[in-house]
Ligand binder design. Structure first.
Ligand code: 5GP
Length: 126
């Protein structure tokens, strides 16, 4: 599978420092920052610094170091925000991909949502 990464996307601009962001955590290979239009009291996006379009692209093409760093960053963000049960009330991690996933920004991002009851995972849209 050939993936094409468009480096004019908004998260590429954030990574280049061309657009400001509210950083929650930064590591060697990953960046976590607040979503500009939060859907919950806590809404953080975690992205790899490398040029990956989607979760499947990242899973296939990223180095072991990038994958470990990204996964651990998600865990550290949840810990930093106090989301983990049993002390926290939990969270939802979502990564939208492509047209059916309704992905707006073509750079892999995992949404971390919490701070309120989020309801069921999906609603039927038929
Ligand atoms: P997607 O629909 O691709 O899964 O989610 C993209 C997310 O990026 C949306 O939740 C949207 O609010 C967020 N977003 C779009 N532009 C910006 C921006 O310039 N800064 C930040 N922090 N978030 C953005």
């Amino acid at each position: 599978m050939a993936y094409t990464y468009d480096d004019t996307n908004i998260f590429a601009k954030i990574l280049r420092g061309e657009i400001p962001n509210k950083t929650v955590l930064e590591t060697e290979h990953s960046l976590a920052f607040e979503d500009i239009a939060p859907q919950a009291p806590i809404h953080v996006l975690v992205i790899p610094k490398g040029p990956y379009v989607s979760y499947d692209h990242f899973a296939q093409a990223a180095s072991d170091a990038e994958i470990v760093d990204f996964t651990r960053t998600i865990g550290q963000v949840c810990e930093k925000l106090g989301l983990q049960p049993p002390s926290g009330n939990g969270f939802r991690a979502i990564s939208n991909t492509g047209a059916h996933g309704v992905q707006e920004v073509p750079h892999l991002h995992v949404h971390i949502l919490g701070g309120r009851m989020l309801g069921r995972m999906l609603q039927r849209a038929e």
